[in-house]
Design a protein around this ligand. Sequence first.
Ligand SMILES: C[S@@+](CC[C@H](N)C(=O)[O-])C[C@H]1O[C@@H](n2cnc3c(N)ncnc32)[C@H](O)[C@@H]1O
Length: 277
Amino acid sequence: MSNAEQIEYWNGKVGETWVQMQERMDLALTPVTAALLAAASPQAGELVLDIGCGAGETTLAMDAVVGEGGHAIGLDISEPLLARARTRAEALLSEAEFIAADASVWAEESGFDLILSRFGVMFFADPQAAFTHLHGLAAPGGRLVFACWQPAARNQWATLPLTALASLLPAQPPSDPYAPGPFAFADAARVATMMEAAGWQDVGFLSLPFEMMVGDGDDPVGAAVTFNLRIGPAARAVREAGIGEAAKPALAAALQPHLQDGQVRLPGAVWLVTARA
Ligand SMILES: C[S@@+](CC[C@H](N)C(=O)[O-])C[C@H]1O[C@@H](n2cnc3c(N)ncnc32)[C@H](O)[C@@H]1O
């Protein structure tokens, strides 16, 4: 997908769905957000940039720390998600700023002490050019800290629904593992080489395994089915095949064994990537 196609994709149905799922998504990713912010360690007074900020969870968290002497900017290409982020900022009386822009070319401000992203940097058509550009936005010695997914095989939240639906879905043609998308940065060695070529130094990868909570409440399995029908690789496959209703019982049966103490949890694994300019 080109960057222009990504803009269309994230401004269409997918953007609206992510808005509807914002609270559940932020809940599911709580352990990732905590580890990401701990690794990034934003400080009072810093100028910070959030790439692919979506509905603003990490931008708002950073803004609360950098305070009045600092400034947090969230960049995203999705108008529906940015609208949600701005509404949340207003409710929190946050000074965080949300800008609609393609992060691979946006250059209205530079000198960022910290550039952070929670799963927003794997969608560039030309990652090396984008990371070279981001390097130019950082202050000398500025930090880059982002979360990206490890290989799908270590992320059962993504593979379990697809496996459960295999008999209902058309055979998936082999796809380019490095194509823009959630798993484009799964190969750490490849990402490190790309980032170093883009000018980043001291590139490090910390492995973060975690349990993704995809359903709770009165009907945890039902909530987990809804989650899987809206977000992730299975949601896309189901949408394209038009098998929404038929998918529900198969998904429920596969998710039921993962219900424990009122919550459906599926294993996931993330790279926390750190570097400096
Ligand atoms: C997987 S979502 C993550 C959103 C948010 N960071 C979160 O964790 O909830 C990826 C985000 O990257 C954004 N995105 C994709 N390509 C982008 C680009 N070139 N510039 C800025 N944002 C981009 C999408 O619109 C989407 O909001």
